[in-house]
Ligand binder design. Structure first.
Ligand SMILES: C[S@@+](CC[C@H](N)C(=O)[O-])C[C@H]1O[C@@H](n2cnc3c(N)ncnc32)[C@H](O)[C@@H]1O
Length: 883
């Protein structure tokens, strides 16, 4: 699946997001980063010219990598928004004006690096695109030769085409070291590649034809056509990119069959001609007439001669044999040189045309063939080797996966005992244990196994293998670094967004697909204001819960999971100790209700609960009451042991089971009958206590609950439904960032009924209508203060009233006045929190100049008369409109 990892489109996204995150203007920035990582030409450069720089991501990289006070000049046809520490201008790099402008900016400086990422308007015709891009490269090289300092670096993008070799040749004449490379961020589907030319030779004189596209890309004579390949391997079609051969404007070539018989190079003819004809020309060709009449010239031979371009290996063989026979008849064949090392005995390439060769060996002449093109043979060998390696790798991987799959299945089927695990791991808790249960538990595998999602773990190692497959070490390193950067990006995102953090934690615990369904909300886990929690807070709560689990993991109270399966938890409610619980997990107790052994399957519990909340479903651990009321919770270990013994005894004897259990009831049978109802109602937990406090918070969950309650869906159906297209997604080798993104969409869409949606909406509205805690508290505080003030006022008034009147004392009128004052004061106190209104004062008239306007107390605001009038007018108009 390494191919998927290398998926170019996916890369685009990755670098796109990273560029966004890093604030680069284009994802192209990573190309320069990666090129610089490999060749380190920016760190020490003091002066750089970026040709074709818009929108400017390369400039950004250069500015942040090069030493401070470096001179960085960028030019492009398109305008470039200013970038700190750089000089940019608009211009065409093919023009003299651009050259002069650069000269103006550089003055006497010479550039340590000239970088060029130009692309002409790509999208017309491929050949044309490549050609104009190569022309652009030459233009940039021309500028580089003018501005580069000796030993300078020139980096350019080149579109692979038949001209790139010519460019490479030119680069090599001007630079000491020329390397072609394709950074990982460059899409594999793109024909672009980069040349990094180091050590500029700075020649004193340079022939201008070097940089002239007319000469630079002039056609050199093509290499000889490999006719052998055409004849020996005609089925392997080669793409012909070159078009017509120089000076050969016809597409059709033929010679007479007699010429073919007479030629000493039959292979060339078969490889290059279209037809061998038997047509008699004006003067007549006796050889051809004779050939035409030969019994060996069968209909099949004629047909083959008619169109050589469509022939396969077998037909060519036939023609060659026919030719030899004809030559035999005409007496052309010369006795073969008996010297086995002689050229005439040269075997046919790669054993091709053995028959013809054998025949030749018997006669005088053989079709002496040059060995097949070395390059082709080499390619074939490399291909075979690669295929062999891939096969071996695939086989290894398959074996490894099978092994892991088996292990998981064994674990799932409880076929692995603690001692099994311990053999390899030095004990289940051993530090170096391969199967350390804590690790297994932490990774959430237990849950995945119980949910049938073991594939995720089984396939995980593939991703690592995929990495191993990568050949390019630098590319690998960069990939890893980018993955790390993506992780950092995620972390930063999580810091900003708690919801994302909660999601990630959930994913860690539940695995990829599990996060999607968030239909149930455990109210019990919330604080007082649980109902008022927003989504984000909600997720936070879950996150806290999960991380809490993690912490607990370290201690003795390990969270649920495999650890607990091997050492069943004593929850204190069921009253069964670990030992007792594991004892009762045996099959023979399976159908015995009320032993207090709880199933651990979360999903099933949820389903049960949803069902319980509906009509008649009575199953589910928490709803099974019989033992609970009668088994007192063991207050000390001895009690617990007693209980175990009693239950064990009960279990040992099936017949006595009932009576034994009843022994636990301290009441007699008669009493039981009488007080059954009362006891049950007293001792049974209330319906609310019996079930975990689960609230339905999404329309999906509501729909599901409704379907379960009304019997439209059965529990079994729901369980079956867990195994769907999405539960077996092949995520092997896919990078995390891709999975993150895909996880948002690639999930099961559960149906939602209109009623459910409405019910949830109504619930939400009700929640929204409730004041939040702080408002409630503020209101309560206000009421409390008002009550306190009233109380004080009351006391003071009573004191005043009790005061004696008469001479020197207060008259009734004074008392009333005093009380009035007190009341006014209390009233003022009540409005203490309110801000005094700001008085709007018109500037001008009396209120000229600085200082407080006369007769204005408190806060005021000076406005100009126009504003004051306008505001008044607006207010009046608004009043009128109202009514
Ligand atoms: C792939 S972009 C360059 C991206 C740039 N390296 C960056 O990191 O943002 C190619 C640029 O080449 C520019 N270009 C094409 N022909 C040009 C020319 N003759 N002179 C100047 N710029 C040219 C285009 O305007 C385009 O902005």
């Amino acid at each position: 699946m390494a191919i998927q990892k290398k998926n170019a489109k996916a890369r685009l996204d990755k670098y796109y997001y990273l560029a966004k995150e890093k604030g680069y203007r284009a994802r192209a920035a990573f190309k320069l980063i990666q090129l610089n990582k490999k060749y380190s030409f920016l760190q020490n450069a003091k002066c750089l010219i970026d040709l074709c720089a818009a929108p400017g991501s390369w400039l950004q990289v250069a500015a942040e990598t090069m030493p401070i006070k470096s001179l960085i000049v960028g030019v492009d046809l398109a305008p470039i928004k200013p970038i700190p520490k750089t000089i940019t201008f608009q211009g065409d790099i093919t023009t003299e004006k651009c050259r002069a402008t650069i000269r103006g900016h550089l003055k006497t400086w010479r550039a340590d690096a000239v970088i060029h990422d130009g692309a002409p308007n790509v999208g017309t015709a491929w050949v044309q695109d490549a050609f104009s891009q190569n022309e652009l490269v030459l233009s940039s090289l021309k500028l580089a030769t003018e501005f580069l300092a000796p030993n300078g670096v020139f980096v350019t993008k080149v579109f692979r085409s038949k001209d790139s070799a010519k460019l490479e040749w030119i680069f090599k004449q001007l630079f000491n070291k020329v390397e072609q490379t394709k950074p990982p961020s460059s899409r594999t589907v793109s024909a672009e590649t980069f040349y990094v030319c180091r050590g500029y030779k700075a020649p004193k004189q340079l022939d201008p034809r070097f940089l002239d596209p007319k000469y630079a890309f002039a056609e050199v004579e093509d290499a000889a056509v490999n006719n052998e390949a055409r004849v020996f391997n005609p089925e392997k079609k080669k793409r012909k990119r070159d078009g017509y051969e120089e000076g050969d404007w016809t597409q059709f070539h033929e010679v007479s069959a007699s010429e073919f018989v007479q030629t000493m190079d039959p292979i060339k003819m078969l490889g290059s001609l279209n037809r061998l004809h038997f047509r008699q020309e004006k003067n007549g060709d006796i050889a051809l007439a004779a050939l035409d009449k030969l019994p060996e010239t069968t209909e099949e031979v004629r047909l083959c001669c008619a169109d050589l371009k469509v022939l396969g290996r077998k037909e060519f063989k036939l023609l060659l044999r026919w030719r030899l026979k004809a030559r035999d008849r005409f007496g052309f064949r010369v006795k073969k040189d008996t010297n086995p090392t002689g050229p005439s005995t040269a075997t046919t390439a790669a054993g091709a045309f053995d028959d013809a060769a054998a025949e030749g060996a018997a006669g005088e002449e053989v079709a002496t063939l040059e060995p097949m093109d070395d390059e082709m043979r080499l390619q074939e060998e490399i291909q075979q080797m690669q295929e062999g390696q891939t096969k071996a790798k695939r086989k290894d991987r398959r074996k490894e996966n099978e092994r892991k799959q088996k292990e998981i299945t064994r674990m799932q089927m409880d076929m692995v005992t603690p001692s099994d695990l311990g053999i390899e791991a030095g004990g289940p808790m051993g530090d170096e244990g391969t199967f350390r249960l804590k690790d297994v538990d932490k990774a959430g595998i237990a849950r995945q196994i119980t949910r049938g999602r073991m594939y995720a773990e089984a396939e995980k190692p593939k991703a690592e293998e995929a990495e191993v497959e990568e050949e390019d070490e630098d590319g690998d390193l960069l990939e890893r670094e980018l993955d790390a950067m993506y992780d950092q990006y995620q972390e930063r995102k999580e810091d900003r967004d708690t919801k994302a953090k909660a999601k990630r934690m959930r994913k860690l615990v539940y695995g990829q697909g599990e996060e999607a369904f968030e239909g149930f909300d455990k109210e019990g886990d919330e604080g007082d204001d649980g109902a008022e929690m927003t989504d984000a807070e909600d997720s936070d709560a879950e996150f806290m819960e999960e991380s809490g689990d993690d912490e607990m993991d370290e201690g003795d109270d390990a969270a649920s999971g495999l650890l607990n399966e091997l050492r069943p938890k004593d929850d204190g409610k069921g009253g069964l100790s670990g030992r007792a619980a594991s004892f009762f997990q045996q099959d023979i107790f399976k159908d015995m209700g009320g032993l207090g052994i709880e199933e651990e399957d979360d999903d099933v519990d949820e389903i049960d609960l949803a069902r319980d909340s509906g009509v008649d479903v009575a199953s589910g651990s928490s709803a099974s009451p019989p033992l609970k009321p009668t088994t007192a919770e063991p207050s000390d270990p001895e009690d617990a042991e007693d209980d175990e013994e009693t239950i064990a005894a009960a279990a040992a004897d099936d017949d006595e089971e009932e009576s034994d259990i009843e022994v636990l009831h301290p009441s007699t049978a008669a009493e039981d009958e009488e007080s059954w109802e009362e006891t049950t109602s007293r001792r049974l937990p209330t319906e609310r206590e019996a079930r975990p406090n689960i609230d339905i918070i999404t329309a999906e969950a509501m729909t599901l609950a409704h379907a379960l309650a009304t019997g439209k869906v059965t529990r079994a159906q729901l369980e079956d439904d867990q195994f769907n297209t999405y539960s077996h997604r092949d995520t092997d080798g896919l990078p995390e960032w891709f999975l993150d993104d895909e996880g948002k969409h690639s999930k099961r869409q559960r149906p939602v009924t209109a009623e459910a949606a409405q019910a949830i909406k109504a619930k939400q509205r009700a929640l929204n209508a409730r004041p939040i805690k702080k408002v409630r508290e503020a209101k309560a505080r206000k009421t409390f203060r008002a009550a306190r003030r009233l109380e004080k006022l009351k006391k003071k008034s009573e004191g005043l009233m009790d005061e004696a009147g008469g001479v020197g004392g207060m008259s009734e009128r004074d008392k009333a006045g005093e009380i009035g004052k007190l009341m006014a004061k209390a009233k003022k106190g009540a409005g203490k929190g309110k801000r005094p209104p700001v008085k709007v004062v018109r500037a001008g008239g009396q209120n000229k100049g600085a200082g407080r306007p006369r007769g204005v107390k408190g806060k005021y605001k000076m406005v100009d008369s126009r504003l004051k009038k306008d505001v008044r007018g607006e207010k009046r108009a608004a009043k009128k409109r109202k009514g």
